[in-house]
Design a binder for this molecule. Structure first.
Ligand code: SIN
Length: 288
């Protein structure tokens, strides 16, 4: 069967049909998926059944993988798999329980952010037959396009500060006392600077590269003015008109192009309802 791409009824996203990711993909199927990712930014593969090795093999077709800096949440036998879960064993979180709590692009707080991520759903909470813990994806390429011309001119050449610690301080301020970032993680992920307008290496589209969770402030302007500008830009990034909302099913694999998208996970469930997913994270290229 030939791999088929069916665009979502949404501004971004497509479903990839007729593919079993547990099998080693032939070259043509891989190229179809790679091209669909560049075109649609978010791909959904339904009804998959993967082992760790199969997820890693599929992910490595797209390049090298990252082991997450919050290493306590990495899979004990496969450190390139990040466990995304609210499950606790012996009172300890077995995975990152607050991933996606704010709009973000993965690893924007690193000097070299990730190229993309692949998230495989193994357990999904439900209420009255409906899945909980949806993930929202927004197009930050479309967000850039929607900016007024004078704002585009104003942000051209500007840079911002990105910080994992900023995200964790926000979590603590929002009531999660456990979220204090360890000194080890601060050392592995020191704050970094990126231009706030990026260009996609494949499509050439301009991208509004600021996000709610990890952008601490805009540089080279008074702090108050920078925060006001950041707030204005963030309102474009999360505008509902540019969002695909994924309702998870067990067996879904969702893959996203990290540069032109941002995502947000809705935390509308709690134990004993379990959410458990594996994420692989593709290493990126240095950015402008
Ligand atoms: C993430 O931010 O990578 C995880 C998203 C999710 O838990 O749905």
């Amino acid at each position: 069967m030939t791999v088929t791409i069916r665009p979502m009824d949404a501004p971004i996203g497509a479903e990839v049909q007729n593919v079993d990711l547990a099998q080693d993909l032939d070259g043509e199927s891989f190229r179809t998926i790679e091209a669909a990712l560049a075109e649609h930014s978010v791909l959904v593969f339904r009804d998959q059944n993967l082992t760790e090795d199969q997820q890693l093999r599929f992910s490595r077709r797209f390049g090298d993988l990252e082991a997450h800096v919050l290493s306590q949440y990495n899979h004990p036998k496969h450190p390139e798999i990040l466990i995304v879960s609210n499950v606790k064993e012996n009172g300890e979180h077995i995975g990152i329980y607050d991933a996606g709590r704010y709009w973000h692009t993965d690893l924007s707080y690193m000097a070299v952010p990730s190229k993309g991520s692949i998230l495989y759903a193994i357990e999904i909470p439900h209420k009255d037959g409906e899945p909980l813990g949806d993930t929202l994806f927004a197009s930050s390429a479309a967000a850039y396009d929607a900016l007024p011309d004078d704002t585009k001119a104003r942000i051209d050449g500007l840079s911002a500060l990105y910080s994992l610690d900023h995200r964790h301080k926000k979590l603590v301020a929002d009531g999660d006392a456990e979220a204090v970032l360890s000194d080890e993680a601060k050392t592995k992920a020191p704050e970094c600077v990126h231009h706030i307008v990026q260009r996609h290496p494949v499509t050439g589209r301009k991208i509004l590269y600021v996000n709610e969770g990890q952008t601490a402030g805009i540089l080279d302007m008074p702090a108050e003015e920078g925060q006001a500008l950041l707030k204005e830009l963030l309102s474009y990034c999360s505008d509902a008109s540019r969002v695909y909302r994924h309702k998870w099913r067990v067996g879904d694999v969702v893959m996203w192009d990290n540069l032109p998208t941002q995502h947000l996970a809705i935390a509308d469930y709690e134990l004993p309802d379990r959410r458990y997913l594996w994420r692989t994270t593709l290493r990126g290229q240095p950015m402008g």
